[in-house]
Ligand binder design. Structure first.
Ligand code: HT7
Ligand code: ZN
Length: 878
């Protein structure tokens, strides 16, 4: 049967919920939930009320105070139906739920052990229906009043979203606490937490004068690791006040850390819940990258308070309205806190590594999907990262002032309600007096457009002609593609490195040295005047549109951009372009190739510059594209051959830089290392890690000796982990065993660091890689019940260790399928996310392709597969 939900079928709810009162009698094994809904019919004609509910044990139902007998309602698999209701009425329900048995981590569940763990909820997207009967859809907003009751000794801390309005003791050592949220919200933003938690607290005064208490909660052994997140939260709050004029709107803002979480974090109103990975941080356990991730996710969830909570989504098809917008906001925040160019490089690299393959495979879908079978499978890189790119294009299109006017208008106009993508574009367009509706096509169309650029210079007319054309290949369910508006930011460089003034044919004067052209048709020509000699084009600067740029450029021109482009992003981009060209040649078996020489030569020159001040940018320049990007350049591909060609590139680069220069740079960086956390110190560590990796390729004994010393003396996790990775890749069995044992001895009681201990082993390529993964799965500290641990071992293996996962005999596929079958019984969301590692199987060389397909088919045939996993497997095979 077709169980798809379709955007075109959207109907507003026939019933409204004016208010809801909830009372929880909390207990780990069995919790009783009382709900009183004040209901109002929204339709003129009488319509049955259908409430969502799953796995609820119904105790009692009352309508306007009167108990309903079994004939007064109908319970279906996932719904409770009541007919002939008065247009306004009060429905009370009492249900029992079982948190400890909830391994799916959706609804109310237990984090940690039965003895010491705590209770918490996860309601997005449809977890609330696992808690009580409700209209569990984002466009039904209501005011919540919540009372929590529990044993005071076992659950000393009781938290729910909103403002605390009272608390007290009950009989038999139980206590209660009551919360009221003045802001109407949909059910997916409801949250509660109950247990033994410690608090790190700080007052905060908002720009509009509200006194707020910021409370970060964690278990006793982790509360000391919350200081960094607390600082990040204050930075995020100030940033949103200044950049978007958004203030916090409750008396208290709680953030709670848990080790048991399906995703990164959740923006529940007034009570954010975080995967501990994105909240806990200190120098001994967290890398520099990890600190930046904490700050970014803290920002992301906080920013949702407006882009998501105050203005929410009408339906789940609009998910990118809150997620794409909020990712754009968190990216801008991080860029403002650190470096614009580096952040852009990281974000584009993530987009290419995660979203481009998604857009090119069987799971491709538009940023606003038209249909889904399981909404939890649409929290994707397309909805998040590509969605953020669309907001970035819109922001650039209208300019910063109009963008701010537009977001102000959007928040004011839709405050307290549920909106659509059209609503956001209308507000931005109105503020800028620009018609943005052509950009809706970006939301509706899947696939990454290819933008081809061809240029030639006409010396006689002193003209430079740029011909741009776009093409998007068909994707599942979308055979025909439309043209999209593509903004192309560009500059033209003279051979001496000057940026040329840009005057298009028909214009009286030049308009600056950098400008944005908009390609709106399938193809167009742009003619620049007064160009004396063939310039070097710097196209798609700052990655002005999420497209694949196809522009054949001589290696020398790219090398020049790599060395001299003023736009840090395009400098990196020129290097990536060169490395990709070099990769193609290496993969084709060429012995010598100009692109490789140009890439290594230009990087060698940059590396030698003692005045190259941006160490972090240099580190990024020294890395070729990720393997998932390179896989897309050859079709069909053999993962061993792709890996080998990429290794050749790195080897050539290390050789070009030279063992002695690498050793000297390493020594200088090592001497400067004092474990500081300011930006220059972080940048030095980033470069030092890259230098050590390259050094190990050309002088393994010396680099290993340095790595051993670095591991032993490391002032923090960045240093320790960088050394460990090199030792695991290049060291002998004794070294590997010794360092892993030492690492575990030091960090064995810290779950997040142990995730790293598992992950660094799962990512190491080699003939025995699969044995390593099997050993990790058999380790006493491994469990399928903890998503972080699953991602550390199985996620890292399947996504990062390409040669092991794609082993020619199919053993990697067999291993993952067996684990998926077991995991699906416990946690379908995590299983479905992990199964997406099979994406791209159809582009493998024939032998692996056949093996991957047969394993996927075996998985599809597993009896009792969850809807989550079945949806991914079926779409992957379609
Ligand atoms: N809005 C959240 C998305 C989400 C989620 C979070 C945790 C566990 C399950 C979840 N399902 C969906 C996270 C965010 O984007 O902010
Ligand atoms: Zn989000």
């Amino acid at each position: 049967p077709d169980l798809k939900i379709r955007l075109s079928d959207y109907q507003p709810s026939a019933w409204r919920i004016a208010s809801v009162e909830l009372v929880f009698d909390l207990d780990i094994a069995s919790t009783e939930v009382y709900a009183r809904l004040e209901l109002e019919s929204a339709s003129a004609t009488p319509t049955p009320l259908r409430l969502d509910g799953e796995g609820l044990e119904l105790i009692e139902l009352r309508l306007n105070g009167k108990r309903l007998g079994p004939l007064g309602y109908r319970v279906e698999a996932h719904a409770l139906e009541l007919s002939d209701l008065p247009a306004s009425c009060a429905l009370e329900s009492r249900v029992r739920i079982r948190p400890q048995a909830n391994t799916a981590l959706e609804g109310l569940y237990l984090s940690g052990s039965a003895e010491r763990g705590f209770l918490l909820t996860q309601c997005e997207a449809q977890g609330f229906r696992h808690i009580t009967w409700f209209l569990d859809r984002p466009d039904v907003l209501t005011r919540y009043s919540v009372e929590l009751r529990a044993d005071a000794a076992r659950f000393p801390v009781l938290l729910a979203g909103g403002n605390a309005v009272g608390s007290g003791m009950l009989a038999e050592g139980r206590h209660w606490a009551r919360f009221e949220d003045p802001h109407p919200k949909p059910s997916y933003l409801f949250a509660l937490v109950a247990g033994r938690l410690e608090c790190l607290s700080q007052p905060y005064i908002t720009a509009d004068g509200r006194a707020v208490t910021l409370n970060l909660w964690a278990e006793a052994d982790a509360i000391g690791q919350c200081h960094y997140a607390l600082g990040a939260l204050q930075r995020a709050m100030r940033w949103d006040e200044r950049s978007y004029g958004r203030n916090y709107d409750l008396d208290v803002f709680h953030v709670v850390a848990t080790h048991d979480f399906n995703m990164g974090a959740m923006e529940n109103k007034g009570l954010n819940i975080f995967n501990a990975k994105y909240l806990l941080a200190d120098a001994d356990t967290t890398t520099d990258e990890g600190f930046r991730a904490v700050e970014g996710v803290i920002g992301h969830e906080y920013f949702h308070n407006w882009s998501g909570n105050r203005v929410t989504c009408r339906d789940w098809f609009q998910l990118s309205l809150k997620e794409g917008f909020t990712v754009f906001r968190d990216q801008s925040f991080s860029a403002d806190m650190h470096s614009q160019a580096l952040k852009r490089i990281e974000d584009v690299a993530t987009l290419r590594r995660m979203q481009f393959p998604e857009d090119a495979g069987p799971l491709a879908h538009p940023v606003r999907p038209a249909e889904y079978a399981e909404i939890n499978n649409f929290y994707t890189a397309t909805v998040y990262e590509k969605g953020a790119e669309l907001i970035r294009m819109l922001a650039a299109r209208v300019g910063p002032q109009a963008f701010r006017r537009g977001t102000d208008l959007y928040f004011a106009r839709h405050d307290g309600s549920a909106a659509t993508v059209e609503d956001l574009l209308a507000a931005l367009g109105e503020a800028a007096a620009v018609d943005l509706t052509p950009y809706l096509a970006w939301y509706a169309q899947a696939g990454t457009p290819r933008l081809s650029a061809r240029c030639h210079h006409e010396p006689a007319t002193r003209r430079y002609v740029l011909r741009l054309a776009q093409h998007t290949a068909p994707t599942p369910g979308q055979a025909v593609k439309h043209t999209l508006p593509i903004p192309v930011k560009l500059a033209l460089f003279a051979r001496d490195g000057r940026m040329l003034p840009l005057r298009l044919a028909g214009e009286a004067d030049a308009v600056g040295v950098e400008r944005v052209l908009e390609l709106t048709d399938a193809a167009a020509e742009f003619v620049f005047e007064d160009i004396d000699e063939a310039p070097i084009p710097s196209l798609l600067r700052g990655f002005s549109a999420p497209v694949i740029l196809e522009c054949a450029m001589p290696p020398g021109d790219l090398a020049l951009l790599l060395q001299h482009d003023a736009d840090g992003f395009n400098r990196w981009e020129a290097g990536q372009h060169l490395a990709s060209d070099a990769f193609r040649a290496a993969h084709a078996g060429a012995a010598q190739y100009a692109a490789l020489a140009a890439w290594t030569g230009a990087l060698g020159a940059l590396f030698a510059q003692t005045d190259f001040s941006d160490a972090a940018l240099l580190a990024e320049l020294l890395a070729p594209p990720a393997i998932s990007e390179l896989e897309a350049l050859v079709e069909p591909h053999d993962p061993d051959a792709v890996d080998a060609a990429r290794r050749r590139l790195e080897q050539a680069l290390a050789q070009a830089l030279g063992a002695s220069a690498l050793a000297a740079r390493y020594t200088a960086l090592h001497a400067a290392e004092q474990g500081a956390h300011d930006a220059p110190a972080q940048a030095r560590r980033r470069l030092k890690r890259r230098v050590l990796e390259l050094w190990a390729l050309v002088d393994a004994p010396a680099a290993l000796a340095a790595a051993e010393a670095q591991f032993a003396q490391a002032a923090g996790m960045s240093e320790r982990l960088a050394a460990l990775r090199v030792l695991l890749r290049h060291g002998d069995a004794g070294m590997r065993h010794g360092t892993l044992t030492a690492f575990r001895a030091r960090h064995g009681q810290q779950p997040l660091v142990m995730d790293t201990w598992f992950a660094v082993q799962a990512e190491v390529a080699g003939v025995d890689a699969l044995d390593t993964v099997r050993a990790l799965l058999a380790d006493a500290a491994f469990t399928l019940r903890n998503p972080n641990r699953v991602r550390a071992v199985l996620g890292t293996f399947a996504r990062q260790n390409r040669t092991a996962f794609h082993r020619a005999d199919g053993a990697g596929y067999a291993l993952l399928v067996a684990q998926l079958q077991a995991l699906d019984q416990l946690n379908p969301q995590t299983a479905a996310a992990l199964a997406q590692a099979f994406n791209g199987w159809a582009r493998l060389e024939p032998k692996r392709r056949a093996l991957a397909e047969s394993h996927l088919r075996a998985l599809a045939a597993t009896p009792g597969l969850s809807r989550n996993l079945a949806d991914i497997v079926q779409r992957s095979l379609a």
